[in-house]
Design a protein around this ligand. Structure first.
Ligand code: ATP
Ligand code: MG
Length: 317
């Protein structure tokens, strides 16, 4: 029986490396003896085709979200050992409309996922989200233990992040997912030759400190090519710098999960939070000091001009 960690990979900004990270992190975790399930909840189905699986009508979480079929019936193995996939399909876009009509629109995914968690078959479930904060992403964040945010090393990297963090707060405070954690921020498409990449990493690290993964994912043509061959980078070009980076990210993630579990056990044993061990304090609003520092230091930069949160987030679940 495995203790499954469910990690949503999300950022409402498009093209920041969510799917690339989902596929390659999943493959590297599996290589490091983790039993992994990747769930594609993006109607674009890039994670599905990127790992070499055909999109097929009716083979996605769609009917599970409507309570019509068990989620487990759509899980299939990939060509990588210990790496299973729950594919997506274009029609999944219609699920948003169908779910919006139901009473408990934030919870269908969590309910569909519960039997998989109870079966304890997986160490880690990664969920590749679409580039929006619509109902599919919100369902994912309601079901997940944590959120992993890929961020592109570009000038406007931080833009929109405050919107994501506020959504996390709302899901926590509204009771939809009180324990939702930030797993970390992964900097992607890092170009060591440019000052800009270094400056962006520096800035994000200043604001978000230890929440940023040490591993930087380099900009790499090979990473862009791999999905058209239906392969993760560790199969397509195992000796590349990009393959090494995703392996290192997988190691870092496994370590983080282990550390968190140790802290949780210790906290449960002592009944108090070990302040020394805690890297950040979380206030009653669920906002970390790091986030508050970031907002206080540079509110204009972090403030998004648009509040992209859909109305449905404002409602209580
Ligand atoms: N580190 C990288 N180096 C070079 N190209 C990359 C890298 N990461 C991703 N890409 C390429 O950038 C594009 C966008 O990446 P990806 O699809 O992973 O982003 P995404 O956030 O999932 O996009 P969307 O928001 O549309 O779902 C793809 O063509 C991908 O191959
Ligand atoms: Mg994607």
């Amino acid at each position: 029986m495995r203790n499954t960690r469910v990690i949503a990979i999300a950022n409402q900004k498009g093209g920041v490396g969510k799917t690339t990270t989902a596929i390659n992190l999943a493959a590297c975790l599996a290589e490091q003896k983790q039993k992994v399930l990747l769930i594609d909840v993006d109607p674009q189905a890039n994670a599905t085709s990127g790992i070499g699986v055909e999109k097929e009508e009716g083979k996605s979480i769609y009917s599970s979200l409507l309570g019509e079929a068990p989620l487990v019936s759509f899980i299939q193995p990939t060509q990588i050992p210990d790496f299973d996939l729950l594919p997506s399909e274009v029609d999944l876009a219609g699920a948003e409309v169908d779910i919006a009509r139901t009473d408990s629109y934030l919870h269908p995914f969590k309910e569909a996922l519960t039997p998989v968690l109870e079966a304890g078959q997986y160490d880690i479930i990664l969920i590749d989200c679409p580039p929006s904060l619509g109902i599919l992403t919100m369902n994912t964040l309601t079901a997940a233990h944590s959120l992993l945010i890929p961020m592109q090393c570009e000038y406007y990297a931080l833009e929109g992040l405050s919107v994501m963090l506020r959504l996390v707060d709302r899901l926590r405070d509204g009771g939809a997912n009180p324990d939702l954690e930030i797993e970390g921020i992964v900097m992607t498409m890092y170009d060591m030759r440019t000052n800009l990449s270094q400056q962006v990493v520096q800035e994000v690290a200043t604001h978000f400190d230890e929440q940023v993964f040490e591993t930087l994912i380099p900009r790499s043509i090979r990473l862009g090519e791999a999905p058209s061959h239906g392969l993760p980078i560790i199969e397509y070009d195992p000796r590349s710098v990009a393959a090494a980076a995703y392996r290192s990210l997988a190691t870092e993630l496994i370590d983080r999960i282990k550390q968190r579990r140790k802290k949780t056990i210790k906290t449960a044993e002592t009944g108090t939070k070990d302040v020394e061990e805690s890297t950040e304090s979380v206030d009653s609003e669920g906002v970390t000091e790091t986030d508050q520092d970031a907002l206080a230091a540079d509110p204009g930069h972090l403030e998004s001009p648009l509040d992209e949160r859909p109305d449905s987030v404002n409602a209580q679940p």
